[in-house]
Design a protein around this ligand. Structure first.
Ligand SMILES: [Zn+2]
Length: 412
């Protein structure tokens, strides 16, 4: 099999898709179910049809472009990613996995390869949380990780429901139908830019993802007692901000003491009430984003944080409430996929390193229903979600080559 990636054509397609955007080039903004997203989808489907793929979509707009295998009834091998982009983003996040996935299929077609298992290119709806506040909407529903009822309750900032918006975008049918039937896919592989600096720093063209970290997010509310900053003496105080500060430092300590660099904890928002220079803070609200590649370790760190919360609450006579906003379990990539990726790299004499994906991706959810894995390619300075996001055509070509070789192995 002589695999050749048409780098020039793929590069042109990435540039063309970047122009279907609501931002001034080079920035890209493409929010799910906007007219621009619709235009991009129509253009993408045209490319798939040119390649002879059969295109269908499900009620939430996940799109499947299928190259039928010689045994069309056996489970398919999937690849793909997303084309929605947060405001003022770049050209490559997600897009490399979608258009690169298409080019991998075309390269296999040109080589004369015929898959036994059908190859299916997936475009996932709303990987980015921009519109409905929750990321990976399409893959959550596909994998059954989110009940259709919960999805029906989603509303965007303008008050429009997902139900209304998706139907207006042309996607009818009940959300219950989105969930993939058991055994529909045999394997899933996603090509993605790294969104971090490690591959570039180590001068390695391919990262083979071994696990995908996932966040748990919480809201904390601390209720103390307010008062005059001059009149209320220190022994009498129940200062909510001092209690919150102690807890925030306990969170940092707990994450650092987990025993793994993969544990990260961030308090990114902290609101102080009443917020006056001469008034003792009576109420503080803050958020916690806690991530890890191991669910057990993340839970253990959370228990340490909860014990600290109780101690601080008792000691300082304040009430501290904790509310879970959302928790997704991290995923381990399937060894059959990481091994297939590694063999493909060896075959094409490309160096690779194992990596942890610290951002989450549709593959996190796909891994719950099918052996799944990811490969990363370098992006300049690790920049992503900004207009100067960049991956070189050579790096993209290498990623597509390894993807195509891996798909061929899995579909044979
Ligand atoms: Zn992405």
């Amino acid at each position: 099999m002589n695999l050749e990636v048409d780098r020039g054509r793929l590069f042109n397609e990435i540039e063309k898709l970047a122009l279907i955007s609501d931002a001034e080039p080079p920035a890209v903004t493409r929010v799910v179910f906007s007219p621009t997203d619709g235009k991009a989808r129509v253009w993408f489907i045209g490319l798939c049809e040119q390649a002879g793929l059969a295109v269908r979509h499900d009620p939430v707009g996940n799109t499947f472009a299928r190259w039928s295998g010689t045994e069309p009834d056996v489970p398919a091998v999937g690849t793909g990613s997303h084309i929605d982009a947060i405001p003022n983003a770049g050209k490559y996040d997600g897009v490399v996995g979608v258009l690169g996935g298409l080019e991998a299929i075309r390269a296999l077609q040109r080589s004369g390869f015929r898959p036994k298992h059908s190859l299916e290119l997936l475009l996932f709806t709303s990987e980015e949380p921009t519109r409905f506040g929750i990321g990976c909407l399409g893959s959550r529903l596909l994998s059954g990780s989110m009940p259709a009822d919960a999805a029906r309750k989603l509303v965007d900032k303008e008050g429009a429901s997902l139900e209304e918006v998706r139907r207006n975008a042309g996607f009818a049918g009940a959300l219950e139908e989105v969930k993939l039937s058991h055994g529909y896919l045999k394997a899933f592989v996603e090509l993605h830019i790294e969104q971090g600096p490690l591959l570039e720093r180590h001068r390695v063209p391919i990262g083979i993802v071994t696990s995908i970290a996932a966040p748990a997010s919480f809201r904390f509310a601390v209720e103390g007692a307010g008062g005059h900053a001059g009149a209320m003496l220190m022994p009498e105080r129940r200062d909510a901000l001092c209690a919150a500060s102690e807890l925030i430092l306990a969170i940092e300590t707990a994450a650092k003491a987990s025993g793994a660099v993969d544990t990260v904890a961030t308090v990114g928002i902290c609101d102080v009430f009443p917020g006056a220079v001469n008034s003792i803070p009576s109420r503080v609200r803050f958020t916690l984003d806690l991530r890890d590649t191991s669910l057990e370790r993340r839970d253990a760190v959370l228990r340490v944080i909860q014990a600290a919360r109780e101690d601080i609450s008792a000691k300082r006579q304040v009430v501290i409430q904790e509310e879970l906003v959302n928790a997704d379990a991290p995923a381990q990539c399937a060894t059959e996929i990481t091994e297939a990726l590694s063999r493909a790299c060896t075959k094409h004499q490309l160096a690779s390193i194992p990596m942890v994906s610290r951002a989450y991706h549709d593959s996190l959810f796909m891994s719950r229903i099918v052996p799944a894995g990811m490969l990363f390619i370098p992006c300049r300075h690790g920049y992503s979600h900004r207009p100067d996001e960049y991956s070189s055509p050579e790096d993209i070509e290498r990623g597509v080559l390894v993807l195509a070789e891996t798909l061929a192995a899995l579909a044979s």
